[in-house]
Design a protein around this ligand. Structure first.
Ligand SMILES: [Zn+2]
Length: 195
């Protein structure tokens, strides 16, 4: 079995405010006792250091199970990042302009190469080159940045700020909404995956 993670991605944070927003939410999580203030070796991304669950971590989840994996921390990631759900593939992408859903896998869940063609290299362009990652929609032919597309089951999310919880029980919708409020009402995506 793999290591389970959930990432709340802020879809509206900018390069300029991501750091401050991340610090604000982290301060709130610490004040609530949901995570501990000190950073320890407890996550599987970034530099391996994150925040362990605090005494009141159960406030964040519906069905609190004892958290006993060593990789059970929170990692706050800032800067241009393509967040993804680890194993598997994205089922479909939706154009931000015409809202057409482009299927990306066939009935046996194999990636459809021709469907992926307009997206090829665009994540790299956006995340690594600082470009816009322009995708021309196969349906309406209009261009838009890859970061504006949405993905089935939030498989991907492009953002400047993400909160990854390693090994936690399912975060409650009330909790993720509250995080959105602390982010100034920003839109969020919640990715769930395994490594
Ligand atoms: Zn379109």
């Amino acid at each position: 079995m793999g290591d389970y993670f959930q990432t709340i991605v802020d879809l509206d944070a900018t390069e300029r405010d991501a750091q401050e927003l991340g610090a604000r939410v982290l301060d709130w999580l610490i004040a609530q006792g949901i995570v501990n203030a000190e950073r320890t070796d407890c996550v599987l991304d970034g530099d391996g250091y994150g925040h362990e669950p605090g005494p009141h971590f159960a406030k964040a989840v519906d069905d609190p199970e004892p958290v006993d994996l060593w990789s059970n921390g929170l990692h706050v990631q800032t800067g241009r990042t393509v967040f993804d759900s680890g194993q598997g593939d994205a089922g479909a992408a939706t154009c931000p302009l015409c809202l057409t859903e482009i299927r990306l896998v066939d009935e046996t869940w194999q990636p459809i190469e021709s469907a992926w063609a307009p997206f090829q290299g665009r994540f790299h362009d956006w995340a690594e080159q600082g470009g816009e990652g322009i995708v021309h929609c196969p349906s309406c032919a209009r261009p838009s940045g890859i970061d504006r597309w949405s993905w089935e089951d939030d498989y991907y999310a492009c953002g400047q700020l993400g909160f990854t919880f390693w090994g936690w029980a399912e975060l409650s919708s009330g909790f993720t909404r509250e995080v959105g409020r602390k982010l100034g009402g920003h839109r969020t995506a919640v990715l769930r995956g395994k490594l």
